[in-house]
Design a protein around this ligand. Sequence first.
Ligand code: YSA
Length: 464
Amino acid sequence: MLPLRWSLLKPLQDGYRHGRRYLAQKNLLELTDRGFFQGIFPDTAAPKIKHLFTTSQQSVYAGFDPTADSLHVGNLLVIMGLLHCQRAGHRPIALVGGATGLIGDPSGRKTERNQLGESVIETNLRAIEQQLRQVFENHEKCLWDTSKHKSLLPPLTIVNNADWYADLHLIDFIANMGRHFRMGSMLSRSSVQSRLESEDGMSFTEFTYQIFQAYDWLHLLRRHNCCFQMGGSDQTGNLMTGHELISRVERKREVFGLTLPLVTTEEGDKFGKSAGNAVWLDGDKTSPFALYQFFLRMPDSEVEKLLKLFTFIPLPQVEQLMREHTKEPEKRKAQTLLAEDVTLLVHGEHGLKQAERVTNALYKGNVEGLAELNLAEIQQTFQGATMVDLLTEPGMSILQLAMKAKCFPTETDAVRIINAGGFYVNQKRVQNIAEVLTTGIHILRNGVSLLRVGKRNFYIVRWQ
Ligand code: YSA
């Protein structure tokens, strides 16, 4: 499926490039003004949290389960949260759930996940770890102003919870830890309640999930002195179980939970990997161009909120930008800046350049634009297109091309649909089935032809 709408492709506004190495947010709770922190708990802890963040270096952790081989843009908000902590001088800890991924978090799910095998989890985990490192590295390289900060950014720590469960004995764990978990509160979690009421109910495996996330926090408190956990608001129940466990086991310690709003599309669908709208951080799954376009296409009603959440542009600058944007919304200045900063964060300078190159080439909307792209860029742009290898033959006609590329089941269909105007070569409608292929028009100088049947069935022909 093609991830973009042609009408919404926009050229870049030249000259709207400026330093994007923004300063740090000192008091992290001020991030509330950017739309972060849907909830903090205990809910009376705001003054204490502010004190801790402004007077000492804290560790803040957030977890990611390896349920897919890539993180998605929904997860990116939590990464933004960790980055803000890092920018303010605190230590970010990203936990990858080598153990919890095997169990499957029931939070926010209507049905139990299909069980993933250990080797799949392992592969996913490596990919996610790599992405986390990459995003933090891109942030430091492209979005952090080293000239204004004397101290270095505290390093990212990545931990895998499989490491501490590997040596744990089941009986010891149940006998010693199990007694600190109260059934009443565990059953009261909305992730449990909603599933118990559902037709399929809930397995014991899923029910135990909160125990492990809670124990992780205790472990990180003991090992890394980590008093803060952050997560999307669907994680509230798990955070509360952890908070409760720690209050019982470590009476003298106090921990705090910070939840972020779940980012949704304008239609209210969760950003992320729900059916049909997956936007991945992995460039092979969602190309830098497609990621860039996803943010560039954001409606005006969403863009201010997303600028605050997904960029580090200081609030006064966001407001100024929105004033300019309101005057000339057709320029899509706000969306362009949003798309640029997110692409920089996820794919670095190189990815942003590539996204801009493809955008500019396609915006031209002509054969020249397409010819400027290499095969990999065309493949990335038209993800899901069928690849076809063909031999050039002198005198080949449009009909022959369409049949050789298997664009139509029968010749009768081909003739009918081409005549009716439903066939395109290099984005130009062709209706004459007898027209002979010409280099530079039908066959691009990059050795490729892009065929399209109807609105969205793409074929990429590689000429041999
Ligand atoms: C956390 C802590 C542990 O000690 C162990 C495991 C975990 C992982 C956690 N239970 C979980 O399953 N997370 S997740 O892999 O599904 O998502 C990672 C983070 O992205 C979560 O905080 C989740 O709330 C957040 N997220 C996902 N979609 C989001 C979103 N945040 C905002 N908007 C969205 N659309």
